[in-house]
Design a protein around this ligand. Sequence first.
Ligand code: NAD
Length: 264
Amino acid sequence: MGRLDGRAAIVTGGAGGIGAATARALAKEGASVVVVDIDGARAELVAEAITVSNGTAFSVRADLSDEAEAVAAIKAAVARCGRLDVLHNNAAMTESDFLSRDTQVTDLSFEVWDRTMAVNLRSQMLMCKHAIPEMVRAGGGSIINMSSGASLKGDRTRTAYGVSKAGVNTLTMYVATSHGKEGVRANTVVPGLIITDAVRAHLSDHMLEGLGRATLTPYVGDPVDVANLVVFLASDESRYITGQMIGIDGGMSAHVGSMGQDDR
Ligand SMILES: NC(=O)c1ccc[n+]([C@@H]2O[C@H](COP(=O)([O-])OP(=O)(O)OC[C@H]3O[C@@H](n4cnc5c(N)ncnc54)[C@H](O)[C@@H]3O)[C@@H](O)[C@H]2O)c1
């Protein structure tokens, strides 16, 4: 018996990194998983691997900053699974070239700001907007939005990224407040450093070392750590948790020197 037997889950940005690990973990607990990503080919590989491991999964290609594509992804999920219980809003602009152009505010282009807001924040709003009626029809559901420790503090770079994720934190509280009595819970996951290909491509070894030092655990985060938290938030074990921001950062945010500048 899996903790999510009979449930249907959408994972956005599920083609790699944290989203792929979460898709695998949800499927392992018995959920039918719909892997949605702008990179349709990689999303299909993730779905195929789950199927080969005796899970249930399929993929949908969508640019979730576009409302029509978000609606189509949800319709495809409901058509295949017959219901929708879980939404993990994980997609974001993480490509290194793009993040390099997300600078301090005086250098920031309108285009980078707008694309960041469209993908990181608007997509989460659109997916909530169209998933919630399906969840209510299914008798309730759980939304797990993806934020970042970058939403809680300032930095000298990645202004648009940090602000978009701060919007995610607030969106979650509004969704939880509006739809709790209909049985829909919403929570935000706030990760610190999680080692993925996207992070390796964007951060230098020096920065990764600094962040590793600022992490209180003997190890830094793996996508599976986030996947385990998402499974818990998707399951009935977390039924009294809603509207919360839940940090998963090896304690990085719990002390001063948390930006990796502490050389001790
Ligand atoms: N890895 C970390 O250290 C870390 C820390 C904090 C927060 N996060 C957040 O975790 C999530 C996953 O990050 P990751 O490190 O696994 O990176 P990733 O690049 O593997 O995941 C992002 C995914 O989003 C997809 N995507 C981008 N634009 C899209 C669009 N318009 N429509 C649909 N899909 C789109 C990408 O193709 C990619 O598969 C992101 O929301 C990121 O902000 C990661």
